[in-house]
Design a protein around this ligand. Structure first.
Ligand code: SAM
Length: 493
């Protein structure tokens, strides 16, 4: 069944330009991935009559995979399949594929193709389902590869689901939230989606809702980001999730990973406590792919504080260069203050000036100025090739006398400023953020190369006293290396 659907999909792909498909957020699941996804359901848990939903069905490869997989389950007696697809270019193929499926299936399949917008058409039901008069449609299994498309915040779909949006949403997580809504209690969904929802403030409302109403049971990660959709070039980091609609969370969760979607035969599998994977006040989802990474999460889970809990907070630098071009200066002059940037962070210290353009800014705008106090500076951007994601430097106010105020470029983050941080605390913070453990932890939490202050502020840290002690040790040994930081941190874990 999948082969036939796949052939029809390839024929469509060869005649439909990618740019046209992109306007629908359209890229298709490969055969192996579709089979793997369908195999994650537990159909034996349900009765003989199974209802299945495939929202954004494309050419129907995921429906074909589920129907094919269900042939092996003697408990399944009848299938009702509902597909949504809005793109008229693909609908003809989908319809003939669904007809083909129903003809070939050993289990009777009753199918329905809906051409309306999956999200907007359910806006009323979604927002008023608590009223008895509104009776939402619910399914046993939902399988999906949702459209990936950024929407304006006043888009029809965004307005249909205000409870999960924070600013401009992406269609993919609206599909995931609606799919969960469309499940019966205790029923299952399997989705292939980008990884981006697992951290970050934009996805927070979605994440909290999704993980409150649903229990994450299985995660599959692709290590190589470019081979997931077979011949489709998709540069998103993607994952497959299986979720049961239940407030009760499992004790453990299975995470598997494979290099590409072409080969699911050699999976690396980890089983971890649910609380290690889904964690923190922001419901982050951590995606370790090895026992070493899982150990990193466990070790830091022993620290119960966060920076804001201990009266500190990482913030993003204040000056955006291109908006303040006329105030930038190449050298010190009356009325100008140092503008600290990523390039000043060197080997754990802040080196200034380095003889490059725009190292000073006129002190005209109060919003761009901060006290000349002790800080820990942390680069916001590093390249994929760099060994460390977290790269920081200690800034000591006394090394820059004569400036009551300074400024920081928005490509650095900083901790400090609101209170005077003693040297020991700044050096203690350096021990944390220059350690291998914190660098690994951040990578597991966030796959991108950007270091966001929101995520840093949610990371577990030791008590302020312990941080000061660590700083004291570092000052005594006068060695800012990663190895020394690791050794000092180790004794506090
Ligand atoms: C990423 S593709 C996946 C197609 C198919 N499920 C697969 O796995 O190959 C998403 C599909 O959703 C369709 N789509 C986009 N927006 C939609 C909406 N609001 N309602 C229903 N379908 C939509 C697109 O036309 C596209 O075919």
């Amino acid at each position: 069944m999948i082969d036939a659907v796949s052939n029809a999909t390839n024929a469509y792909l060869s005649r439909m330009p990618k740019a046209r498909r992109k306007t629908h957020g359209q890229f298709f699941t490969g055969q192996n991935t579709a089979r793997f996804m369908a195999g994650l359901f537990s159909p034996e848990r349900f009765g003989g009559d199974l209802s299945i939903l495939d929202p954004g069905a494309g050419t129907g490869i995921l429906s074909a995979a589920v129907v094919e997989c269900l042939q092996k389950h003697s408990s399944v007696k009848r299938i009702r399949l509902v597909c949504y697809e809005t793109d008229p270019n693909v609908r003809g193929i989908l319809e003939s594929n669904l007809r083909f499926l129903a003809d070939r299936s050993a289990i009777p399949v009753e199918w329905e193709l809906r051409t309306e917008n999956y999200i907007a058409s359910q806006a009323d039901t979604y927002n008023h389902s608590l009223y008895a008069a509104v009776n939402p449609e619910r399914f046993d299994l939902v399988i999906g590869n949702p459209p990936y498309k950024k929407l304006p915040k006043d888009a029809l779909e965004a307005r249909a689901m205000p409870d999960v949006c924070h600013g401009a949403p992406n269609l993919y997580f609206l599909f995931a939230a609606m799919a969960l809504f469309n499940l019966k209690a205790d029923a299952e969904m399997v989705f292939i989606i980008p990884r981006s929802w697992t951290s970050g403030v934009y996805f927070r409302r979605f994440r909290e809702r999704f993980l409150r109403d649903g229990a994450l049971e299985r995660i599959h990660l692709f290590k190589s980001r470019d081979k997931v959709f077979g011949q489709e070039e998709v540069l998103q980091e993607t994952m497959i999730v299986k979720i049961r609609k239940s407030f009760r969370k499992p004790d453990r969760i299975v995470l598997s990973s494979s290099e590409t979607s072409e080969d699911f035969s050699s999976l690396q599998t980890l089983e971890l406590p649910y609380s290690v994977v889904v964690s923190g006040s922001d419901s982050y989802v951590f995606l370790p792919t090895s026992h070493e990474e899982a150990a990193t999460l466990r070790k830091l889970a022993g620290f119960k504080e966060t920076l804001p809990h201990i009266g500190l907070r990482m913030k993003t630098g204040l000056t955006v260069d291109f908006r303040n071009g006329e105030d930038l200066r190449n050298s010190a002059e009356a009325g100008a203050v140092p503008l600290f940037q990523s390039r000043h962070i060197r080997d754990g210290h802040v080196v200034f000036p380095v003889g490059k353009p725009h190292e000073y800014i006129m002190a005209r705008q109060p919003a761009l100025l901060q006290r000349n106090a002790n800080y820990l500076f942390l680069k916001r951007f590093t390249s994929k090739e760099e060994r460390r994601r977290l790269q920081c430097g200690v800034y000591l106010a006394r090394q820059h006398p004569g400036y009551p105020l300074i400024s920081t470029q928005n490509k650095v983050n900083f901790i400090g400023g609101s209170t005077d941080l003693p040297d020991k605390i700044v050096f203690g913070l350096y021990v944390l953020f220059n350690s291998t453990l914190y660098d690994s932890y951040y990578r597991i939490l966030n796959g991108s190369t950007q270091v966001n202050s929101t995520e840093i502020n949610a990371m577990p840290v030791p008590s302020i006293d312990a941080i000061a002690d660590m700083g004291g040790e570092l000052l005594r040994c006068r060695d800012m290396s990663e190895g020394t930081c690791d050794r000092i941190l180790e004794s506090y874990l």
